[in-house]
Design a protein around this ligand. Structure first.
Ligand code: GLN
Length: 268
């Protein structure tokens, strides 16, 4: 099989086909479409067929290639963690701006999805960030890589997820700069004294919402769904943030429709 034939006959979108082929051949995507004549070895052909079968059964491309790009870097992923979403990259830019100048604001990062930023206490020069529910570690690691002066802590309730996050931190050379802590919400940082910004892409999808079957069947539901109104994690997280004396503010990914519920918690 030649690349050209695969690209022509693939039942997948050209993006998915290219990403899978690039990973199979350990090349860049640009290489794939500039080498239509390249021939797959017997072994590569066999793996390609197996991958197409997995994709045909709905398995997301990122779990097949075992990686996904986020904010310009590749992250190892598997079924223990949520696949990083492009929308979540918006949280990184919002956090960078917030650390320069803390402010309350809401930014649309995808259709109906927002990054909500709030100031809880005014503090000078916040240099510590706590990423709650770090999953693959994509938020914590991107922030640490982008700003070498930041101190980053990352928590997750799942030890399995933290394993993936630690692998990614090593992959990007920031494993000595990020403390990964197992536990619920802010519990692992209850003693943290320095002023910090809380950042999180928590599970926020209401339980009855229909998602694509690929998401529902393959990605960890604990990372996505959060009760009838999708607020089962956000609610205790915000309460913990307000109680924590060093939490100076937060940046949270959620649905636009959840903003009134979030304000209600903050005003209670
Ligand atoms: N922080 C990770 C991400 O944004 C995982 C989030 C989650 O598991 N809900 O992709």
């Amino acid at each position: 099989m030649r690349i050209e034939d695969i690209l022509r006959h693939s039942p997948l979108s050209s993006l998915e086909t290219e990403v899978l082929l690039a990973s199979l051949l350990a090349k860049e995507r640009t290489w794939v479409w500039t080498h239509p004549e390249a021939q797959l070895s017997k072994n590569q052909e066999e793996r390609w067929r197996a991958w197409m079968e997995r994709r045909g059964k709905g398995e997301p491309v990122a779990y097949i290639t075992q990686e996904r790009e986020f904010f310009g870097r590749m992250f190892s992923v598997d079924r223990r963690v949520l696949i990083p979403r492009p929308a979540t990259e918006g949280l990184i830019s919002v956090a960078q701006a917030w650390l320069k100048k803390p402010a309350n604001n809401t930014t649309e990062i995808d259709a109906g999805i927002v990054a909500v930023a709030k100031v809880l206490h005014v503090a000078e020069h916040i240099r510590t960030v706590v990423d709650v529910g770090t999953g693959s570690g994509c938020i914590a690691i991107s922030l640490a890589c982008e700003d070498p002066t930041l101190t980053v802590l990352a928590t997750d309730i799942s030890e399995d997820a933290l394993d993936v996050a630690r692998t990614n931190a090593k992959r990007h050379g920031v494993d000595t700069r990020i403390r990964f802590l197992q536990g619920n919400l802010l519990d692992p940082v209850s003693d943290l004294l320095e002023p910090f910004l809380l950042i999180s892409n928590p599970p926020y999808v209401p339980s009855e919402r229909t998602l694509s079957p690929d998401v529902d069947r393959f990605e960890p539901s604990i990372a996505i769904r959060a009760g009838a109104d999708g607020m089962d994690v956000i609610r205790p997280l915000l309460e913990a943030a307000r109680r924590h004396p060093s939490c100076c503010g937060f940046i949270l990914e959620c649905e636009e429709a959840q903003i009134p519920l979030l304000e209600e918690i903050l005003n209670s």
